[in-house]
Design a protein around this ligand. Structure first.
Ligand SMILES: NC(=O)c1ccc[n+]([C@@H]2O[C@H](COP(=O)([O-])OP(=O)(O)OC[C@H]3O[C@@H](n4cnc5c(N)ncnc54)[C@H](O)[C@@H]3O)[C@@H](O)[C@H]2O)c1
Length: 339
């Protein structure tokens, strides 16, 4: 039996409580939130829960094996550090922290204490992203050349972080997972159209090893909700539309074959291929259920986390460098992970 406490019961926290609640041999006994109103809401949803406005009551409770944190990003470092120092395994919502020095410290602290540290990069547990990874690793698309994503909507405007910190953690986490590597360089441009000094639209380009590129457009200022990822491989191309309910992934047997034209030296002949379009069947299941099960599994079996604190740190570093480039009019910057 693993016993958990959850800090932060705003918009996202109740989803985590519900999913951890439904896992076998697992109990959620306590939740903390600064807001009395949110705690009353939790008491209505889960009458057996103990509630408190003081998170230290959870961290100091010897009966809790792990702490789940779903508070605003600027509070993550302090809460996670306290929990790790008290010997608790930690599940922390994304992004891991709001700066790389703090995320690196958490990576090292969890490692030194031999505790599981996992970040809620939910997409790594979604059937669609798992299927893309499976297809890429099986060589179905050939060599992946570049990935391009659009994650835009009207709102929800945040007042403590910009759109890059709000939305791009998902994309960078997906890029790193699919490529199986981390970016070397980034350049980014963005603008603050609505709230001063909080960028609401941004375009980021990452360079990965072996000439691979990844681009993400994030915005809170767009008429449509679009969540689209295009993965271009040397053999096939794939489009993942997360908003679609029935056909999230389409694999296009399309591409360009390059033949050297020997009559006229140096000329190339391009042959376009237009083949079948296939729609792979995806596994059923809620990503959060898989994600919460994975955390418990890592604690029980001592196995590595797919979205470990190290993965979370690599995302934070990439975000920080992207914002540095935005502040430098889009100049390309080398990414230093400090490892
Ligand atoms: N994985 C995902 O897809 C996903 C989706 C949404 C949000 N999130 C993440 O979840 C986290 C929370 O986001 P949200 O939208 O629920 O925010 P929110 O503002 O709705 O809720 C945060 C809650 O934390 C509470 N809180 C703040 N400091 C606290 C403290 N010291 N002790 C106890 N409670 C405290 C607040 O009172 C609030 O109720 C963020 O890191 C966000 O990025 C992840």
């Amino acid at each position: 039996m693993l016993t958990l406490g959850v800090i932060g019961c705003g918009y996202w926290g109740p989803n985590l409580v519900r999913n951890f609640y439904s896992q076998p041999d697992t109990r959620v006994t306590k939740v903390a939130d600064l807001s009395r109103e949110r705690l009353q809401h939790m008491e209505t949803l889960f009458p057996a829960l103990e509630t408190t406005q003081d998170h230290r009551e959870l961290i100091e409770d010897p009966g809790l094996d792990a702490i789940v944190i779903s508070t605003p990003v600027t509070t993550h470092y302090k809460l996670a550090k306290e929990a790790l120092e008290a010997g608790k395994h930690v599940f922390l919502e994304k992004p891991l922290t709001h700066n790389a020095a703090e995320s690196l410290e958490l990576v090292k602290l969890a490692e030194a204490k031999g505790l599981v540290g996992m970040v809620g990069h939910t997409f790594l547990y979604s059937p669609a992203v798992m299927k893309i990874k499976e297809l890429v690793d099986a060589g179905e698309l050939g060599e992946v050349q570049y990935i391009s994503t659009i994650r835009v909507n009207l709102g929800l405007f945040q007042d403590d972080i910009n759109v890059v910190w709000d939305l791009a953690p998902h994309d960078i986490s997906i890029f790193n997972f699919i490529f199986g590597s981390v970016p070397d360089r980034v350049n980014a441009v963005g603008h603050d159209y609505i709230q001063p000094e909080i960028e609401d639209v941004a375009f980021l380009t990452f360079r990965y090893p072996k000439g691979k590129l990844a681009h993400v457009h994030v915005s809170w200022l767009d008429p449509n909700k679009i969540r689209k990822t295009t993965v271009v491989g040397s053999k096939k191309m794939l489009v993942y539309d997360d908003v679609s309910t029935l056909e999230k992934i389409r694999v296009y047997d399309k591409g360009v074959d390059v033949h050297r034209h020997y009559d006229t030296f140096g000329e190339f002949h391009l042959a376009y291929r237009f083949g079948d379009i296939s729609i792979p069947k995806l596994a059923d299941g809620e990503p959060l259920k898989a994600e919460t099960a994975h955390f418990l599994d890592c604690i029980r079996k001592g196995t590595p986390c797919r979205s470990s604190f190290l993965h979370g740190h690599q995302v934070v570093v990439a975000l920080e460098h992207a914002c540095r480039s935005m502040g430098d009019s889009g100049g390309e910057t080398a990414i230093d992970y400090g490892l």
